[in-house]
Write a protein that binds this ligand. Structure first.
Ligand SMILES: Cc1ncc(C[n+]2csc(CCOP(=O)(O)OP(=O)(O)O)c2C)c(N)n1
Ligand SMILES: [Mg+2]
Length: 585
């Protein structure tokens, strides 16, 4: 039975089906901690070592389950640390609730200790954001916070003064208009069907298309079957935005794999050549990879009407659930006999896969980052969860780890692209899906940002396998400085860390892989063992990441950077697969 405002908060969360909260205690939330202590059997508190990890763990949990991810931090600095995770949730549409503490209600804004009115900094990140003013205020605002986060797939925030948390509910004087029991913890959803007339018009556009390309994003997750059926009928290749990597398996004969900088050449070519573009649950942000405006007729399916027409001038918008809308479209289109565009894409994919296999099978020392990534795909369980961080490691994961199982899941920080998300996401994933294989790929820069949470894997015995691509550099930035700007790299070298010893210091098994010849067997062994494991893969820092088709502009920029004194110039020139660079320098 609830007795304090904090008890009421926890009871309301339980009514919303929340069973896990990621956080770190502090004197600003001791009232809430006490309410959690007395509910450990129903509401699990997962302690992390940095509130940013709590925020990101809640985001990973929410992205992978579709359920509400909840994080908790103390007043002042604790709350501020959560913010990066909340922006990640905002930009990638994840339902997350943040709960923070405030100073005593009658000392706020008096320059008291840790006096940060957290609803102010959270205002921009959150779709719902408020202070709890008393015990009688708890249920109605927590209901709205949970409902907002789930309905709009955005972060919400409630902050509650320390003294209010411990306030006996009975002592709070309810205002006379606040009728007890007037709010309810109900969540209702719409049917997700698009407008019939719009469906007819979209089907007519598709009927006229001769070279249809489908761009699928995270909104299409779970709608893979309907997507494949429609693509098959239309003879349309499916390109996947990064967050949509698991929409259809990578070995699906209809897919051209990823799109954009981290994608494949066949996707890039199909996007540039299509006469009709069908966007399914994606607002993939790199506009330059879309067809030129005016080149293609476009149709977009999205749950959110605000997103229609955001990246490409669409002729028809279908607002609804992607699976439902795709099925309704299928019922309206005939199978096309014209298969040339698809066949061209499939031929392109045969060549691309051969190129990727060749890169992943290289035996050079230092080991190419593609090698451990290429070895990883076949070692993943049918229902494995794959996560990656932000950096060149994202590109190696996106391109080289084949997700061929229909039940596999993938996520990363797509639109915020924050470093350091992989380990906390993996914590969220392992908590949400006990017994499932969770593998996270991270760069050495990203891991060092939130490395303290390695010990969280040990504390909760989470069998996460964390692969660190150690190149002693902020690799992505190095290549941007050289390839995009034509400048020598600066400020990107990292002082090496012995991650195996760090892992061991945290009670986590650590192994090192540096020989491509031993890589597949070592990786298989590491993945097969129970419990958490950090795998330090020592990789070639000179391996460049370039767009799918390495054009003369990047090559010339890179050559300029080398001529202007980039360090490691001989190694770089030797590793890149471009004659242009070798010719210029
Ligand atoms: C929090 C944060 N800081 C900075 C960046 C900019 N950034 C993007 S990738 C990258 C380098 C990442 O280095 P590392 O984790 O070692 O991965 P690598 O690129 O070497 O694979 C940086 C600094 C970012 N995305 N997020
Ligand atoms: Mg690195």
């Amino acid at each position: 039975m609830a007795t304090t405002a904090a008890d009421l908060l926890c009871e309301t969360l339980l009514e919303w089906g929340v069973d896990t909260i990621f956080g770190l205690p502090g004197d600003g939330i001791n009232g809430i901690m006490e309410a959690l202590r007395t509910r450990q059997d129903t509401l699990r508190f997962v302690q992390v070592r940095h509130e940013e990890a709590a925020g990101l763990a809640a985001v990973g949990y929410a992205k992978l389950t579709g359920r509400l991810g909840v994080c908790l931090a103390t007043s002042g600095p604790g709350g501020i640390h959560l913010l990066n995770g909340l922006y990640d949730a905002k930009l990638d549409h994840a339902p997350v609730l943040a709960i923070t503490g405030l100073q005593h209600h009658d000392l706020l804004a008096t320059f008291t200790q840790q006096d940060v009115e957290l609803d102010k900094p959270f205002a921009d990140a959150c779709a719902y954001n408020t202070r709890i003013m008393g015990a009688a205020h708890v249920q109605s605002v927590v209901d709205i916070a949970c409902r907002t986060a789930l309905a709009y797939r955005k972060p919400a925030h409630v902050t509650i003064p320390i003294d209010v948390q411990a306030l006996p509910a009975k002592k709070d004087v309810r205002s006379d208009r606040n009728v007890a029991g007037h709010a309810s913890s109900r969540m209702a959803r719409g049917g997700g069907a698009a407008d019939e007339a719009a469906l007819d018009r979209a089907a007519a556009i598709l009927a006229e298309g001769r070279k249809i390309f489908i761009l699928a994003g995270q909104g299409a997750l779970g709608a893979g079957e309907a997507l494949v059926e429609l693509a098959e009928r239309l003879g349309a290749p499916i390109g996947k935005a990064l967050l949509g990597k698991a929409v259809v398996p990578d070995d699906c004969p209809l897919t051209t794999g990823g799109v954009g900088l981290l994608g494949t050449a066949p996707s890039e070519r199909a996007m540039k050549a299509c006469d009709t573009l069908l966007i399914v649950g994606s607002t993939f942000p790199y506009i330059e990879y879309y067809p030129q405006p005016g080149q293609a007729r476009a149709i977009q399916i999205d749950l959110d009407p605000q997103r229609i027409g955001l990246r490409y001038p669409v002729e028809e918008g279908l607002v609804g659930d992607c699976g439902r809308v795709l099925r309704d479209l299928c019922a309206r289109v005939e199978r096309k006999s014209e298969r040339g565009f698809l066949e061209e894409a499939r031929q392109g994919m045969r060549e691309w896969r051969a190129l990727i296999a060749e890169r992943g099978g290289r035996e050079d020392m230092p080991m190419k980052p593609a090698v451990p990534m290429q070895s990883l795909g076949p070692l993943l369980d049918d229902d494995a969860i794959l996560i990656c961080d932000s950096g060149t490691n994202t590109a190696w994961t996106a391109r080289h780890v084949a997700l061929n199982g229909a039940r596999q899941k993938f996520t990363c920080s797509g639109t915020l692209a924050t470093m350091a998300c992989a380990l906390p996401y993996a914590i969220g994933a392992a908590i949400a899906f006990p017994g499932r294989q969770v593998v996270a790929v991270v760069g050495d820069g990203g891991l060092s940002m939130l490395m303290g949470d390695l010990v969280t894997l040990r504390k909760y015995d989470l069998p996460v396998k964390l692969i660190v691509l150690k190149n002693d550099s902020l690799g992505m930035i190095e290549w941007e400085q050289m390839g995009k700007m034509g400048n020598p790299q600066f400020g990107t070298e990292l002082e090496p860390i012995d991650f195996v010893r760090v892992a061991e210091g945290c009670g986590v098994r650590g192994i090192r892989i540096d020989d491509p010849g031993h890589c597949p067997a070592q990786l298989a062994d590491a993945l097969a063992r129970p419990g958490p494991c950090l795998i330090e893969a020592v990789v070639d820092p000179r391996e460049p990441v370039f767009p799918p088709s390495f054009d003369a502009k990047e090559a010339t920029n890179l050559a300029k950077a080398l001529l202007r004194g980039a360090t490691g110039r001989v190694g770089i020139a030797r590793t890149i697969a471009s004659d242009v660079v070798r010719e210029i320098i």
